[in-house]
Design a protein around this ligand. Sequence first.
Ligand code: XMP
Length: 515
Amino acid sequence: KILILDFGAQYTQLIARRIREFGVYCEIWAWDHDPAEIAKYAPKGIILSGGPESTVEAGSPRAPQEVFDAGVPILGICYGMQTMAMQLGGRVEAGHHREFGYAEVEVVAECGLLDDLKDHAGSPPRLDVWMSHGDRVTAIPPGFQVTARTGAVPIIAMGDDARRWYGVQFHPEVTHTKSGEQMLRRFAVDICGCDTLWTAANIIEDQIERVRAQIGEGNVLLGLSGGVDSSVVAALLHKAIGPRLTCVFVDTGLLRWQEGDQVMAMFAEHMGVKVIRVNAADRYFAALKGVDEPEAKRKIIGRLFVEIFDEEAAKLDNIQWLAQGTIYPDVIESAGSKTGKAHVIKSHHNVGGLPEHMKLGLVEPLRELFKDEVRRIGVELGLPREMVYRHPFPGPGLGVRILGEVKPEYAELLAQADAIFIDELRKSGWYDKTSQAFAVFLPVKSVGVVGDARAYEWVIALRAVETVDFMTAHWAHLPYELLDDCSRRIINELRGVSRVVYDISGKPPATIEWE
Ligand code: XMP
């Protein structure tokens, strides 16, 4: 296993994902994590990540001495290389201009990390890399040699093959660095000697063993939402403990078209998981009656979920554990915080109101996994690909996609319009090219001619976005023909819709959801 010390770069999680992709387990710790833990963790190699700060500034973060005392290979990336240079007796200078983006580097010396890597023919070998830095190393520490340069920057990589310590100024973890994956693999597998056993099948086997050891003879309760994380937890726990798992699935009436039946068909009928379905649509619509403010709606929907979940839990006896779909990004300590991130309980699953006598322990079998790993083990566990690779769906569901007051007839129309849109996206191959796509119900009436008659009916808006992190997003440039098919089908097949519009707002300034 590899330990990644995080100095706060936006790319740190990518380093971990790349390394895990080729089967090596790694963890991300904040740079100021208790250094005494490093020896106990006994990593086979340590990576120092990039970071937003400048090593030449007083008080900027440093790697703890324990890193250099561990006797294992080290790879410093960007800030990580600079702090290595500073701490080991080299020199760093603040850059006069930032280097950002694509660059071609020349490999100028033999080096265990870079040997035989070559993106361009010729001698010296040249590599296409991605840079993002302001400062630069101007003198390497004793024992190192310069291993790569660019036309403008004489020291872009350094290495000490004797100690197996390396530094690169560029980012091997981003896909723009062509041989980046090979470089990380070279480091983790060849240089550090890590096994490549972190595969979906092994993760499952390992988690099953751990869950069994953790819960002993106990019984587990899980809130199943139909989303990817809770579905994968259900499949995994079912495999681990069979009938000792009980799931509660709350049908809010605000789910995707026929989702309630699909969840039951999949888990209860097909897989034989014990699922209690609570049909609570009437309760949700009653609670939401007359409420049109988005945050008020969110609160009501969240509170009701907790209430219903608690009621169901109270009916069960002999439950000792509560399972949650917490995943690694929720857990990773953020660099720069002394305390690390507090143990996160997903608000949707926040069952803090559970009855007094139910003091439940937490089971979180996805705690170490990135989303892409969760998906891979989901497929390996036999969940359908369409389910595992589904677009995200907000906790409050259609409740925030019906603008203003939520009514059952609006939810019905919206769920159907959404299903038509998604169906067309899947048929045309656009579903996987968009990150999230859905229909929105606008409670305004517009005039149209449907058939031969004048219609005065509701408006459906379609939204499709492309995004990596959901923090910013572009609207998807769907083909006109596809939009045309969606619009025709929605108006023809649904009674009560006379107009369909497409949302062409980016985020920012617009959010992805309309409420
Ligand atoms: P916005 O609308 O803020 O959405 O651009 C970003 C992402 O978050 C999802 N979202 C939610 N998810 N509860 C959730 O579980 C919510 O209240 C909520 N609001 C937005 C949204 O679907 C998008 O993926």
